[in-house]
Write a protein that binds this ligand. Structure first.
Ligand SMILES: O=C(O)CCC(=O)C(=O)O
Ligand SMILES: [Fe+2]
Length: 269
């Protein structure tokens, strides 16, 4: 990816991701880190130029007929074999419906992939998170995905299974489709089920709804922060968001993890 080509996509004057050791680059990293520490979310508005955002949204809509349809209630947690009492936050199911373009369906020459594969961005994110290593996911399905949500689609309350999630909002519907979250609601040591239940019951009181404009690149601590996307309203424009998957260990393939887990369960691993 040439410098000029990436400059046509990312606003590098505003966000000097490619110069992490410059004064401005260091300041940007510090600002992102402070936002993540403070509220589990760092939004970089105008990260991608409007024309590039519009093209990405158009390309995604053109591919939408091929996207996979998900329509199955989910619980907020990874499934476990423990039996939780009815009504416990671990058993409550939330509607979850959207279409998703999987990694292998997104063309190699698309600008969302240019962003994902651009080395300076990976290095920038690694520095923001303060990790020794940060790798692009090797998953042929979920490394880079685009979610497309039309009327009545939504993403139910959940915690992510990965440390950090990176997204780029490409299009917003006329109504609904808001991202809501409760920052650092749980930690590695404290599940804080009462607060989770309270958030399910009264999101207006317990969750935040940050204004996120299209073209915003967002870093989010989704593993510790409960979040959802509210139902999209009627109208022709779907909500479209690109999701970039990175991991602290190399060669992560989500499907392989599931297969390994299943093997572990039936004792043939
Ligand atoms: O669409 C969003 O804003 C968030 C998506 C999300 O939470 C996820 O895919 O895990
Ligand atoms: Fe999530």
């Amino acid at each position: 990816m040439s410098d000029a080509a990436i400059r046509g996509i990312i606003d590098l004057n505003r966000y000097p991701v490619d110069a992490p050791d410059s004064e401005q680059g260091r300041a940007l990293i510090a600002r992102c880190r402070a936002a993540l520490d403070d509220r589990a979310l760092c939004a970089l508005p105008g990260f991608v130029h409007p024309e590039a955002v519009a093209r990405m949204a158009r390309d995604a809509e053109a591919l939408a007929p091929e996207a996979f349809r998900y329509d199955r209630p989910r619980i907020a947690y990874e499934y476990s074999e423990e039996n939780w009492p009815a009504g416990h936050p671990r058993t409550v199911e939330h509607p979850c419906r959207y279409r998703q373009l999987l990694n292998y369906q997104i063309p190699n020459d698309s600008p969302v992939r240019d962003i994902y594969l651009w080395e300076p961005l990976r290095e920038f994110l690694r520095r923001v998170l303060g990790y020794d290593e940060l790798h692009r996911s090797a998953c042929p399905h979920l490394a880079l995905t685009i979610q497309i949500s039309g009327p009545e689609d939504c993403n139910g309350w959940h915690f992510d299974g990965t440390d950090a999630v990176f997204s780029l909002l490409l299009q917003m519907p006329v109504s609904g489709g808001a991202f809501e979250y409760a920052p650092y609601l749980r930690s590695k040591d404290e599940e804080n089920y009462e607060a989770v239940a309270a958030t399910f019951a009264d999101p207006d009181r317990h969750a935040r709804r940050p204004e996120i404009a299209t073209g915003t690149f967002t870093l989010f601590k989704g593993d510790e922060s409960l979040h959802r996307v509210t139902q999209v309203g009627e109208g022709p424009m779907p909500r479209i968001i690109a999701l970039f998957s990175f991991d602290r260990t190399p060669n992560q393939i989500y499907q392989q993890q599931y297969i390994d887990e299943l093997r572990g369960r039936v004792g043939t691993a």
